[in-house]
Design a protein around this ligand. Sequence first.
Ligand SMILES: [Zn+2]
Length: 440
Amino acid sequence: MISGWTRFLPRKNKKDVDRSIRYIVSHAYKNVPFYRRTFDKSGVNPVDIRKAEELTHLPIIKRLDMMVAGPAEYLSCDVSPEELVIRHTTGTTGTPVTVYKNRLEEAFRKITIIDAYKRNTSLTCPMTLVNVGPERKDGSTKIVQKIGPITIIKLFRDIPMEKKISILMSIKPTIMGGRPSAYWNLANALREKKIIPHSPRLITGGAEILFPHVRKLLENVFRCRVADYYNSEEGGNLAWGCPANPELMHPNTATVWIEAVDQQGMPVPPGSEGHLIITNLYNYSMPFIRYETGDRGILLETGKCQCGFNGPVMRLTEGRNENFIVLPDGREISPRIMYNVVNSVLPHDKKDWSMIEAIRVFQIIQESNDLIEIKVVPGPAYSNSLWRAVEENLKILHPAMRLKVSIVDDLQPEPGKKFHQVLGKLSSRWKCERDNRENK
Ligand SMILES: [Zn+2]
């Protein structure tokens, strides 16, 4: 299907998007049992989906339904799983997700992330990308990685701060990427030690809210532009921070079509907050069509922006202060890092291990200063022994931390509420600072 290559255009206009939507919907119906079944059940003929706006006729896909169906159902029947790149999401919405891509799709995902950086700065090769605070997972353990003219440096979370700083000072980063909470620690350590780091062209934040006080600290310490990015394993770059207005983001129409819907799955009008639903335009190996991200946001009127971009505009809302865990020494652990404390020691590399078969859903709750409770809805292959490594990992965070595991039948959020993968019950500094600002 020659025309199917539209999906790999690194910048797509609305016509390209509509064409990509038609291809992915028809491909999924023909080749992916999960979608054939789901579309048939909904009574919609995929041929009737001609453009992005008509996606609303299709049902919303929940990650749990997709994962429970299994790879034989959700992968395209013309791919062999052993030839695909596999990633486990570190998402904050309950169900763990395994994402499969072929090498071309994985390469395109990376290209779109670099292209999204170009929206905020000019880039030339060779370049050095520094990732601040990632986890060692899915076979990614090397600090230095070279892909052609691009060098990637990973300052893993478990590297001691002194070492992180010495690595950072030995290179000239072009772009730095990472979570705000990881930057916060790094920038504060640099400031305390009165070390002046090289100034990258751009600092990109993601995965957590980029609070103004964090942005300001980074601008001061690194003396460069700081932009928010919305990336996911399922889609790659979903949106980039607008260079003219840091509060706004531009959805990346090269990778996904984003919708905002209400609790019933009905589209909300522009300017209203909704649950963000994505349709991936390039992953044919494992299509994501009207897939719930678990994130919330506001889509605004499409138009010509001050930054020069002519296209969709959005605002990401992440009510996640309550999701921070506070350790007995006052350090705060973001929900994503906390999720990784659990996820990174599960036996993903073991043959025959299937996360969804072992664990349907789990939730991490801070019960008190030194006690973490994990509530788990077990799958058929569940074993209590899984938690030993998790408890050890928790003690690396802080030796006083204890783990309690409770088996539950279900983990439904309260009606109208978002599921919190990680729920901190202690008041958090982030929250205090935000409340103080709002009260001013
Ligand atoms: Zn803009």
